[in-house]
Design a protein. Structure first.
Length: 128
């Protein structure tokens, strides 16, 4: 089972340390709560598993790192909100419809460098 890290549970603390899981995968939720405008770096490593990241449509992000053996894909569609709801079930309660912070345009941008690394696994970024 993948280890979950959520901005709803940890706030911007997620950006203050590197997330490392050796096997099983990581799910990183950066969409269930608003992130204050500014520049952030998120470091995550899972040598033998997948990394799933959920980001809001109004967040600018740059991908650093990558997958040695495996795919790297960005899935850009609001329909992935339901995938986030399912991933957070039992840990973070989300409304049935996307909250306002996911759909409104930010006055000042939030920029995140996603430094994601996996040796044998895939990286999927879901932009909702």
């Amino acid at each position: 089972m993948a280890e979950l890290h959520s901005v709803s549970l940890s706030g911007t603390w997620l950006f203050e340390r590197s997330l490392t899981v050796v096997t099983g995968g990581i799910v990183i939720d950066l969409a269930s709560a608003p992130i204050p405008p500014g520049d952030y770096t998120l470091e995550a490593e899972c040598p033998f598993g997948d990394i799933e990241v959920y980001v809001s449509r109004n967040v600018e992000f740059v991908q650093a790192g990558g997958a040695e053996v495996g795919a790297f894909e960005v899935h850009d569609a609001p329909i992935h909100y339901q995938r986030l709801v399912k991933a957070l079930k039992g840990r973070v309660k989300l409304p049935d419809e996307p909250p306002a912070h996911l759909t409104r345009l930010a006055v000042r941008p939030t920029r995140i460098v996603l430094d994601l690394k996996t040796l044998m696994g895939g990286i999927d970024i879901y932009r909702i």
